[in-house]
Design a protein around this ligand. Structure first.
Ligand SMILES: [Zn+2]
Length: 102
């Protein structure tokens, strides 16, 4: 009779890790062609990036390696976007890990 289980799964959004900063900011998986921009590092989800040295069209030709280095250095994948990013929220520190590690 109870539909509680189904309701729970609907109200808990799946969070997937951003391949650049590693926080769970994406509502879609890294392989989804969705164009979602990470609010923590401003990396845009790019389904066609398969490794860290693949230039990302969605990110103006930047590689994941460069974006990660920039995030480490000044806190965003491009310095122009530093004003638009925010620190990760508590629920972005963990989420669905798909094993996309490149
Ligand atoms: Zn990110």
């Amino acid at each position: 009779m109870s539909l509680t289980g189904a309701d729970d799964s609907r109200t808990t959004p799946a969070k997937y890790p951003c391949p650049c900063c590693g926080y769970y900011t994406f509502p879609v998986s890294a392989n989804t062609n969705h164009g979602f921009i990470c609010r923590v590092c401003f990396w845009e989800n790019d389904a066609f990036v398969r490794n860290t040295l693949d230039p990302s069209v969605c990110n103006h030709g930047m590689t994941l390696q460069k974006g990660r280095a920039n995030f480490k250095k000044f806190g965003a994948c491009v310095d122009d976007m530093l004003q638009h990013v925010r620190p990760p929220e508590e629920d972005e520190l963990s989420g669905v890990d798909e094993g996309v590690n490149f």
